[in-house]
Design a protein around this ligand. Sequence first.
Ligand code: NDP
Length: 246
Amino acid sequence: MTEEGCTVVTGGSRGIGRAVAVRLAQEGRNIAFCYRSGVEAAEETEKLIREAGVRVYHAPCDVSDFDAVQEFVAAAEKAVGPVRALVNSAGIVRDNPMVLMDPKDWQAVIGTNLDGTFNFCRAVVFGFMKRKEGAIVNMSSVAGIDGNATQTNYSASKAGIQGMSISLAKELAGYGVRVNVVAPGFIETDMTDALSEKVRAQALKSIPMRRYGSADEVADLVSFLLSERAGYITGEIIRVDGGVVL
Ligand code: NDP
């Protein structure tokens, strides 16, 4: 049975966002997802979602652009109905030691990861409060909890997402709206494929389970947190990381 309304997934065209969007579609949710510019990947995700027999809307939308996000949400609601749940997965890295960090790379990461998460939360919360229902999952990282050398910008953006989310959870709890954070460790996606062999090998050593995680394993947790089975869980930051110690 398909739900009325839709679930929004940012960065849904690839990686963790795609796995989440497809999993939620297989559970009967209509999906609206955005991406930055990768149309081919978005069309592949659309195909996978359609195979699940639900409705889908997608469009490029730069999450760091407040007005573009408002427009995306309005268009998504027109196409597939009111937003009932939100997963903020869009994210980027621009790694460098602080001593070499270009301010543009600092701003880009904060703009996409932190401002982007704010922009989407801001665009949907009024509807959630009015309907007295809704659930949000924001994607952090173990780097937002433990820190990681060369990732001051990324860690700051993810720690910011965590602080924002637990405050928002408190604001919205009285409306029956839940907000939780998922903090993945090393997950096999394009983002980690881009790392050097040396960094990948080092990363593997820090994972007690001695393997990278899969996007599907993150999707399992997101699916649970959005579901009624997690109806009394809010303001949590949950790691999915194979026991990693950075
Ligand atoms: P990928 O690089 O595989 O995919 C990133 C997705 O985000 C793409 O759909 C991309 O769209 C989209 N995106 C990037 N920038 C923007 C933007 N400005 N506006 C809209 N969409 C954008 O990343 P992952 O799936 O690996 O990561 C997903 C999330 O999980 C991120 O928040 C990341 O920080 C987090 N995470 C990932 C880990 C990992 O090991 N992979 C570990 C911990 C956290 P397009 O293709 O068009 O650019």
